[in-house]
Ligand binder design. Sequence first.
Ligand SMILES: [Zn+2]
Length: 239
Amino acid sequence: MQLRSYLQIAFALLGLILALSWMPGPVSAGEPVTIRAGLPSEPEVALTFDDGPSPLYTPQILDLLDKYQAQATFFVLGCKVEKYPWLIKEMLRRGHEVGNHSFSHPHLPQTGQAARERELETTRLDLDLLGCPCQHKLVRPPYSAFDERLVSYAAHTGRQLVLGNIDSGDWRGLDARAIEQNVLTRVRNGAIIYFHDSDEKDLKDRTPTVEALKTILPVLKYRGYRLVTVDEVLTKNSH
Ligand SMILES: [Zn+2]
């Protein structure tokens, strides 16, 4: 065998070793890959915010969460992480959690394998650089749309697909009162609730979401719910 062939094999092996060391490892046995809710026995609720961060609405939401000592999980878009990295730092500084909502919000089942990997891994790297502890693990696919290939990719890269079981409906352009009703009439132990602090194109008015939170947060606290991150809900789930 020529020296060149040996070198090619050596480089291929080196590449494989680097790829394996970079992968965070598969989800451990018994941990579900797709998540919709926490435990029904626990009086806790995970508020989640998709499509941000937004320089207009995210700071208002962060202040409201502080006011009611609530933790939340933000599923952010990589394209906005690159635009507003200071907002990610602010989320982390205040004890919230940040998960991956893809780079540009495509419908992943209709996206080719290489492109969907790029969507997830670019955002992961962006979050990695900002020191997010959960960027490997928590993924919310855009439109909560996924297929077997995405489940398999998630399982092999140590990720969990975080869906939810209560939709505030804020993405539909509802007013604050309707958003409050959607949440407060259906909330229950272990709920994972969908909210949006922005949208893909930064065009939609999220004032109704902010206004609704001014009622939702104190009412949930009054009813005795702990407002926790998704990771906290999952940690309890796996015990
Ligand atoms: Zn989204």
